[in-house]
Write a protein that binds this ligand. Structure first.
Ligand code: PLP
Length: 368
């Protein structure tokens, strides 16, 4: 069997009907047939983002959508703020620096959510930000940020645009683009959206379109204006990942048929189950103080070789569990429960982990 169980926070496993769509003959992207599928995907994404704003599709991974927000909203010398809760907040910082913008950054302790009071204090002490960047869920720590409150804090204390990376949060946690006042919401295809990696989406408010019209940073492939100009023809400016678009239409059909609220509830139930099992059965300590339902992050026992553990799980049990990122590599594990991940997948992962941990803890004890 070449199949293995993916419990990683992207890519996530795919429903069989989504996989089957990718095996269909390729459509040409300048045809009526493709135009219809593309329209369905954009309309479905508006429902999932809960927005009336124009939604754009990009053939890139999620990071491309993050980069597009930087390139389309800012000009040289503009002030930007990143409220970082982990590795993906730090990615916004790296992108901004690559474009010559030196952002201000609020760094939260990894595992803790973005604090609205800290944001409010900084917005008042240092006025004039053009854009404030957030993660809805920071996948590196499994933290959930209260975007509704953070977005309101930005609006009440500045004129800045609110940009939210919900690559791992969308279609897994509750997210309301319009009613929360989010100007730009960004996501990717390979997590809650139950598709293969390679597509990204951006919902762009009127205020953000105005900023886009005057922004002076260089942009070409990621220019939102060329994407918008192609929409009346129901086209994309360049060749899109046609097979992924067809698959995304099917995945969106499944999500909307189940109902977004039901998807969020199912994810939450799986998260609560996993958290209980990880603490009670495996005896591990949870990592995030403000946990999202997209994944469970837990500390490995002191002295355990996390890299070896995860490698063994993959090669001997054919189960993919994610390692920690950056400073948490080898120290924590991350078990995802978003998208098409099922309870039986999680149960298989927990059982394998339990077996491996016994051996591992035995080895740590006999060494000390
Ligand atoms: C996965 C992810 C991204 C995008 O990563 P890509 O590998 O470029 O798709 C961005 N932000 C968060 C929070 C993510 O989890």
């Amino acid at each position: 069997m070449s199949e293995h169980i993916l419990l990683t926070p992207g890519p996530t496993p795919l429903p069989p009907s989504v996989r089957a769509k990718m095996a269909e003959p390729i459509l040409h992207h300048r045809t009526q047939e493709f135009a219809q599928v593309f329209q369905r995907v954009l309309a479905g994404m508006q429902q999932v983002f809960r927005t009336k704003s124009q939604t754009l599709m990009l053939t890139t991974s999620g990071t491309g959508a993050m980069e597009s927000a930087v390139a389309n909203l800012l000009s040289p010398g503009d002030r930007a703020l990143v409220h970082s809760t982990g590795a993906f907040g730090n990615r916004f910082v790296k992108i901004l620096k690559a474009y010559g913008i030196e952002p201000m950054v609020i760094f939260e302790e990894w595992g803790e959510a973005a604090q609205p009071q800290r944001l409010k204090a900084l917005l008042n002490a240092s006025p004039g930000f053009k854009v404030v960047f957030f993660q809805h869920t920071d996948t590196s720590t499994g933290v959930l940020n209260d975007i509704e409150t953070l977005s309101r804090t930005v609006r009440e204390n500045s004129d800045a645009l609110v940009v939210v990376d919900t690559v791992s949060g969308l279609a897994a946690e509750r997210f309301e683009t319009d009613s929360w006042g989010v100007d730009v919401a960004l996501t990717g295809s390979q997590k809650g959206l139950m598709n293969a990696p390679g597509l990204a989406f951006a919902a762009v408010s009127e205020k953000a379109w105005t900023a886009c019209g005057t922004a002076k940073l260089p942009r070409f492939y990621l220019d939102w204006r060329t994407m918008r100009d192609s929409l009346p023809q129901k086209e994309t400016p360049y060749t899109p990942a046609v097979s992924l678009v067809v698959a995304q239409a099917e995945a969106l059909r499944l999500i909307l048929k189940e109902g977004l609220d039901n998807v969020v509830n199912r994810t939450r139930e799986l998260a609560l189950y996993t958290r209980t099992e990880v603490t009670n059965r495996l005896g591990l300590r949870l990592f995030a103080k403000d946990p999202a339902h997209i994944l469970t992050a837990a500390w490995l026992p002191e002295g355990a070789d996390g890299d070896a553990l995860l490698k063994n799980l993959l090669t001997e049990e054919r189960i993919s569990i994610a390692n920690g990122q950056e400073k948490l590599k080898g120290k924590i594990i991350r078990i995802a429960h978003m998208g098409y991940i099922s309870k039986s997948d999680v149960q298989a992962g927990l059982s394998a982990l339990e077996r491996r941990l016994k051996t591992l803890i035995g080895a740590v004890r006999s060494r000390s």
